[in-house]
Design a binder for this molecule. Structure first.
Ligand SMILES: C[S@@+](CC[C@H](N)C(=O)[O-])C[C@H]1O[C@@H](n2cnc3c(N)ncnc32)[C@H](O)[C@@H]1O
Length: 228
């Protein structure tokens, strides 16, 4: 298959794609050149014949029509001011019968942390407000079926992806709640010092408590480009 990953960022997912799909050719498209370089450096050069990097926006990819069998967008759509234009541009580059899969968030079904953090909902709300002020939407998950239909995808479907640290290990969740990720939000006034300290506690609890667990819910939505 020819696979396009849009908003590939530092290449975490790209690395999985090239490693797990050795017979596919992967295009990683990213608007931020620093992140694109980070992805280039992350991926083992042994995969270079299977992989190309494109510096472009998902709104105007510059890629040829009807080219890809499969497009994946993970944690991109929540940042987009105009998700419909993005979904239409992706449809243009998909082959007829090709599939778009969007993996994203919806804060309404965020998940759970143990030990519980009473301030987590208010911190999440502030992060959501900040994302919204920059044109994004952390409630995008619930809108995805409608969005895909509006962009003329067929066979639209969705599912939730529930991840639990007791099943897949806690390391990835530690990264999600690493307090360093919240420091910038404190520095630019999005969260207070008290909230930052609270998030530091979450980070420490995940690192040290034998009782700790995290359960996070993501949304997966997909649609197919019509054949005619
Ligand atoms: C949260 S990161 C997700 C990165 C990667 N998909 C992952 O799951 O690890 C969102 C990425 O989307 C990129 N992005 C935002 N707007 C974009 C646009 N208009 N076109 C392409 N990429 C964009 C950002 O630069 C960032 O790398």
């Amino acid at each position: 298959m020819r696979i396009l990953e849009v908003g590939s960022g530092p290449g975490f997912y790209t690395e999985q794609l090239v490693g797990q799909l050795p017979h596919s050719v992967i295009t990683a498209l990213e608007v931020d050149s620093a992140l694109l370089n980070e992805a280039r450096n992350r991926i083992d050069p042994q995969f270079s014949s299977q992989l190309e990097f494109v510096h472009a926006s998902v709104y105007d990819t510059g890629l040829p029509d009807n080219t890809y069998d499969f497009v994946i967008a993970r944690l991109l759509f929540l940042h987009l001011k105009d998700p419909l234009t993005a979904a239409r541009e992706i449809s243009r580059v998909l082959k007829p019968g090709g599939k778009l899969v969007i993996i994203d968030v919806d804060d309404g079904i965020f998940g759970a942390l143990h030990p519980n953090l009473p301030m987590l909902p208010s911190v999440l709300q502030k992060v959501a407000d900040y994302v919204a002020a920059n044109g994004g939407n952390r409630l995008i998950g619930r809108s995805l079926p409608r969005l895909l239909k509006q962009a003329d995808y067929t066979d639209v479907d969705m599912d939730s992806i529930l991840q639990h640290s007791d099943l897949i290990g806690i390391d990835g969740f530690r990264y999600q709640f690493d307090s360093r990720r919240f420091m910038g939000l404190n520095q630019n006034g999005v969260i207070t010092q008290e909230e930052l300290d609270h998030m530091k506690q979450a980070s420490e609890n995940l690192n040290t408590s034998s009782e700790a667990y995290a359960m996070l819910n993501f949304v997966m939505a997909c649609g197919t480009k019509a054949r005619s």
